[in-house]
Design a binder for this molecule. Sequence first.
Ligand code: F0G
Length: 448
Amino acid sequence: MKTIIEPFKIKTVEPIKPTTKEERQKILKKAHYNLFNVSAEDVLIDLLTDSGTSAMSAKQWAGLLDGDEAYAGSRSFFRFENTIRKITGFKHIIPTHQGRASERIIFSVVADKESMIPNNTHFDTTRANIEYTGAKAFDMVIKEGTEPETIHPFKGNMDIKKLEQFLKEYAPARVPLAMITVTNNSNGGQPVSMENIKETKALCKKYNTPLFIDACRFAENAYFIKMREKGYSDKTALQIAQEMFSYADGATMSLKKDAFANIGGFLALNDDDTAEKARNLLILTEGFVTYGGLAGRDLEAIAIGLEEILNEDYLKYRIRTIEYFAEKLVKIGIPILQPAGGHAIYINAAKFLSHIPKAEFPGHTLACALYEEGGVRSCEIGSVMFAENAKMELVRLAIPRRVYTQSHIDYTIEVLEEIYRKKEALRGMKITWQPKALRHFTAHFSYV
Ligand code: F0G
């Protein structure tokens, strides 16, 4: 059969509430045209993020009941630890309440105002946690990764030449670690090849710099390697993931993505001294070393989720869902980042709304139009989020794992097609109020 179906059936359902366009216009106005201010109840299809929004399996729900809530040495922690160790091979596995807590801890331990941290592309919380220590964060994705329509199998790759120059100049004195983010969320959920991870590791080794993986979407990355990189088609996703981690000295991960969990994270590493300092900080602000900021039941559900995510029927369906969505949009003529990444569609809003200048936030305009037209919530990743540092004007439609069916995707495509048909009528927007930092979460807007 050529149709790739959802490899699960639905046992529990959660109704979603349709609203009329007039209602949504009022809701948007009340929210000062900021989709973060809209109640989730008023959203029909919520593609704001794939983080913490997954549907858990029956086994995970059963695991919640079976979770061991002991303060110290919980059975669920050992299951969590063993599962992560099996996948990553790291010596120290430290639970945290989510990815950014792992980032805060590791950078508080290793970085100071002299430090410089390279990455293919830092996610915004990673960059913020680095900068909070006074250190500087540098993005070094390959050139193709910054070109929306250039087809390349691994657009998330690190620019090896740039990294070498950087390390030659500053490492190891000013570079306590280098990072590589798989998949590369901030440049479209694009994968990183094994060869690139290997080359990055070789350079880090040459310049005496530990390499850490930001592993949020490691399973999606492993499946892209299986599909696209020579020599991996016969390997399992688990074997590929294990090889990826074998080149690293540590990892941070938000378990809200590729662990099907609604909360959770970890920091994993091999170095004893750094691990001890990290655990001391963990106890101070997250919790004891065998639970981090999590309940025993969370640890249990995460361990189960990490086993399920490496199921290749699931990964095949997951990657195909995003590809299907992308193919249909391209056919209509809607400009998107190509090829499709692992967890989201990124619309090139600068091109979609070419009549709206960057200063009038074409991405934000499109995100509001998507909500107004069809009740679909997305997220601007452009000049609202990054101000003058924005390299592209994108709108991300992130797909929660195992939550929406093909007809939800087809509906969203129809909404986009309708907006595309009448795009000339859309007007740009302006900010009427903004906070000092992270303005995209709370700023107020109006139409120009
Ligand atoms: N690293 C990457 C690559 C991420 O995508 C995220 C979160 C984090 C770190 C931080 O993890 O949220 O658990 O603290 N990304 C979410 C998103 C928020 O919508 O892409 P967290």
